[in-house]
Design a protein around this ligand. Structure first.
Ligand code: NCD
Length: 304
């Protein structure tokens, strides 16, 4: 099915996902083969929220395909400061680029913006909503390290505000993974996400303690408590520092458990985990380049 915009993992079928992952593997094996493939093409970058990995790996991906980027730059130096609406900004910028990548603090903003543009718009995170391209690189990492057959995944941390979690849970459902969601009561999956997962036939359980499921997991996906999305700082303080793992915690896990994290981490994974064979989060971040190259290639060719 041709996809104009990439807004939510809910709209990505298993076949869509597999075509991106297969293309990413081809590109990773022979990046020189695509070095000039999109020469002359421009990717518009609209980041209304901080970003390191997503923004830099999209830029690297576009440049490694022979294209280039045009960047709105920091919000406080853009016309947004003068009161321009999001709809106007995207309508202007679509005239400067062949595709747009947008991150914005408001949930639903990517969907809204996409209704005003004809070039493909990729959601790079809309508030606590979705982050579908992170999911693609997460799945690529899972496929490389654990495979999809008979897969059990634990997703731990801030399941309420974590948009990477909301996207990943949908995609894992299409791969029939068994999912365990581990969080404090106050940071459980939002009701709407849980409902959609049930509707999609997810095999899932919710827990407050990692120990209940750790030894059954093939993948443990740890997330940061999203401090910036808490309406009340006291609420954040109540849960900050909970749900940390270290090398000792992982002694109870399977030897081949894969530990992932979308990054940035704060204190939820102790540095001593980095030295273990479980750690896969830096490799996961690096996979952002071939996966985003594959996605851009398929989108710019109209093949997704
Ligand atoms: C994530 C995000 O922005 O949602 N970061 C990323 O893109 N790798 C995760 C986070 O900020 O915690």
């Amino acid at each position: 099915m041709p996809q104009d915009h990439i807004i939510s993992a809910k709209h990505l079928s298993r076949a869509d996902i597999e075509s991106v992952l297969d293309r990413a593997a081809e590109i990773a094996a022979d990046p020189d083969a695509v070095a000039d493939r999109h020469a002359g093409k421009l990717l518009g970058m609209l980041f209304f929220e901080p970003s390191t990995r997503t923004k830099m790996s999209f830029s690297a991906a576009m440049k490694r395909l022979g294209g280039d980027i045009v960047d709105m730059g920091p919000v406080d130096q853009s016309s947004v400061k003068k009161g321009e609406s999001l709809a106007d900004t995207v309508r202007v910028v679509e005239g400067y680029a062949d595709a747009l990548v947008m991150r914005h603090p408001l949930e639903g903003s990517a969907k809204m913006a996409s209704e005003f543009v004809d070039v493909p718009l990729i959601n790079a995170g809309d508030g606590a909503g979705q982050h579908p391209t992170q999911t693609l690189l997460d799945l690529y990492t899972i496929r490389e390290s654990a495979g999809f057959s008979d897969l059990t995944v634990g997703i731990m941390g801030d399941l309420k505000y974590g948009r990477t979690v909301h996207s990943l849970a949908h995609a894992l459902t299409t791969f029939d993974a068994q999912q365990h969601f581990i969080s404090p009561e106050s940071l459980k999956l939002p009701r709407g996400v849980r409902y959609d997962l049930h509707e999609a036939g997810a095999s899932m359980r919710e827990h407050t303690e990692l120990e209940e499921v750790l030894d059954s997991l093939d993948v443990l996906y740890v997330t940061r408590i999203q401090a910036e999305r808490f309406p009340d700082e006291d609420e954040y303080r109540k849960v900050a520092g909970e749900y940390q793992i270290d090398a000792e915690t992982l002694e109870a896990a399977k030897d081949d458990l894969v530990v992932m994290h979308p990054l940035p981490r704060v204190d939820e994974i102790a540095p001593d985990v980095d030295e273990t064979d479980h750690a896969r989060y830096f490799e996961q971040a690096h996979n952002g380049v071939p996966v985003r190259m594959a996605l851009l290639d398929l989108i710019l060719e109209g093949n997704l």
